[in-house]
Design a protein around this ligand. Structure first.
Ligand code: FPP
Length: 243
């Protein structure tokens, strides 16, 4: 079975997982971090080279202040506690999203994680933090427009490929598979450019319950899909065209 090189996950349902147990939402997010840890450990063995996770969206600022601060705190704890293990296991950490909107201490922690792990190649863990797909596209358009205004870039030279190469995800292949837990059937502003041809798998389980088996099942589901990228399926290509 061919595994997708890049799997992206919308880790949804922490709050409902906690509510179902009569626990505060923070307990759900904490259990979500544990599920993330287990997923990172499982990914290389399943043939995955890039794993992107949606940890904090540009729209999550509208949550109560205390929950926003809990999520910031969990990111800090995750980087501080797990960085050594990630590095030891050959995991490269990359962050996508608008760093300018984050507190300086979080920004420097994220930079430290990226710098320490830059040469690792067992798995690239891409953490989407203060990330929104539209925001990423707008920031990229501004960056290119500024280069055009300075006379450093010819607007005619902007292509889909060069645009993709200027996004936060530069150098990272598009995800072949996007998984969302908790039964919601939306992309919610996640990787809007990069997921143009991704296969989507929606799972009913809440994120804290997500396990290696769920991931392996999603990969099996993916392996049974026919990816056409706007062209024809193998069965539909005229015999002459097949050569
Ligand atoms: C969605 O659940 C989840 C989030 C908004 C945050 C995801 C965060 C984690 C898994 C933990 C933090 C990870 C890091 C790396 C710090 P929800 O709160 O929207 O759940 P609900 O829809 O059931 O309310």
């Amino acid at each position: 079975m061919t595994s997708p090189a890049h799997v992206a996950i919308i880790m949804d349902g922490n709050g409902r997982w906690a509510k179902a147990r009569g626990l505060p939402r923070l307990a759900g997010h904490r259990a979500g971090v544990e599920a993330l840890r287990n997923t990172v450990r499982a990914a290389p063995g399943l043939g995955i080279s890039f794993l992107t996770v949606y940890a904090f969206s540009s729209e999550n600022w509208s949550r109560p202040k205390s929950e926003v601060s809990d999520l910031m705190g969990l990111l800090k704890i995750f980087i501080r506690r797990d960085l050594a293990e990630l590095h030891q296991n050959g995991v490269r950490v990359r962050i996508i999203g608008d760093r300018a909107g984050l507190q300086p201490d979080i920004r420097s922690l994220l930079e430290e994680a990226e710098t320490l792990t830059v040469r690792n190649d067992a798995l690239t863990l891409v953490i989407a933090f203060n990330y929104g797909g539209r925001d990423e596209i707008v920031r990229t358009a501004r960056k290119l427009a500024a280069a055009v205004a300075r006379g450093e870039l010819d607007s005619e030279a902007i292509t889909a490929e060069s645009f993709a190469g200027s996004l936060d995800t530069q150098g990272i292949p598009d995800p072949e598979l996007v998984i969302r837990t908790s039964g919601e059937l939306r992309l919610s502003n996640f990787l809007l450019w990069q997921a143009a041809y991704s296969e989507l798998v929606f799972l009913p389980c809440f994120w804290p319950d997500f396990s290696r088996e769920h991931l392996a099942d999603a990969l099996r589901d993916f392996a049974g899909r026919e990816r056409r990228f706007g062209g024809l399926g193998a069965e539909d290509v005229p015999v002459t065209a097949k050569g």
